[in-house]
Design a binder for this molecule. Structure first.
Ligand code: MLT
Length: 258
């Protein structure tokens, strides 16, 4: 079973981290979204404390199957899933393969389309850099785009945590993860079928998954609404937890009341 953190009792909510992070990125949600919810934050295979036996790409489908197995292991039939960036890609696979387990979705800083050839080339370059220079060099490359200038100036604790998570990831996992994301299926055509309540949360300053990408997804999803977190980039849940948790709590409350 995937290593995971858990808190509370009630409606199960599974938080799926981005790349190359781990369950620690959800600390402000584990601490701030408590009463009435069973919060579960796994480390996807290869990340945090979950091992990644074998070789080859860490695909979105394998992560989705791991999440279904985690629910089985915890005796949970259906859960709300909240995924950020790669976590969102995993949730599209989850919908494709295990949609009966999905009660509602929160999609943060993510996108439904597959990589362009240019994006795949960038992934190969980052994978090579990780293998050649180590994870610290990947942290140097990623931090300016995942955290806004405001966050980098004012939140040294967030910068330190992000660096710690990236530097703690094995370079081999970074390479396998990049390959897995490069191979992901285009989920754009899936969006109109996703008929569960969906909340989109995007940072206003995100250069990786810009607000326009979220707006477009929101228009294609049958039951979605979107909230933009001002001043945050790719990790709004860490950059401005209060602005992130308020709409999340409101959404979870509405799902509970259904
Ligand atoms: C993430 O935060 O999970 C990554 O930015 C996703 C990606 O590289 O496409």
């Amino acid at each position: 079973m995937l290593s995971h953190q858990s808190r509370g009792t009630g409606l199960p909510v599974v938080f799926v981290h981005g790349f190359p992070f781990d369950s620690r990125m959800w600390q402000p949600q584990l601490d701030g979204v408590s009463d009435g919810f069973r919060l579960i934050a796994p480390d996807l295979r290869g990340f945090g404390r979950s091992p990644a036996p074998g070789e080859g790409p860490l695909t979105m489908d394998s992560h989705a199957d791991d999440l279904a197995a985690l629910l089985d292991g915890l005796g949970i039939e259906r859960a709300v899933f909240c995924g950020l960036s790669m976590g969102g890609y995993v949730l599209f696979s989850m919908w494709r393969r295990h949609r009966e387990r999905v009660r509602a979705l929160v999609l943060c800083s993510t996108r439904a389309d597959a990589d362009t050839e240019g994006a795949r080339a960038n992934r190969r370059a980052l994978a090579e850099r990780a293998l050649r220079e180590g994870a610290a060099s990947v942290a140097d490359a990623m931090i300016p785009s995942v955290l806004s200038s405001e966050t980098r100036e004012n939140r040294p604790d967030v910068v330190a945590l992000v660096r710690e998570m990236i530097e703690g990831t094995d370079p081999g996992t970074i390479a396998r993860g990049q390959e897995g994301m490069a191979r992901r299926t285009d989920s754009t055509d899936l969006l109109p079928e996703i008929n569960v309540p969906t909340l989109l949360l995007f940072g206003s300053e995100d250069p990786i998954s810009p607000v326009a990408v979220g707006d477009e997804m929101c228009r294609s999803l049958p039951d979605a609404r979107m909230v933009v977190i001002p001043g945050a980039a790719h990790l709004p849940n860490l950059e401005d937890p209060a602005a992130f948790n308020a709409p999340l709590l409101e959404f979870l409350g509405a799902v509970t009341g259904e």
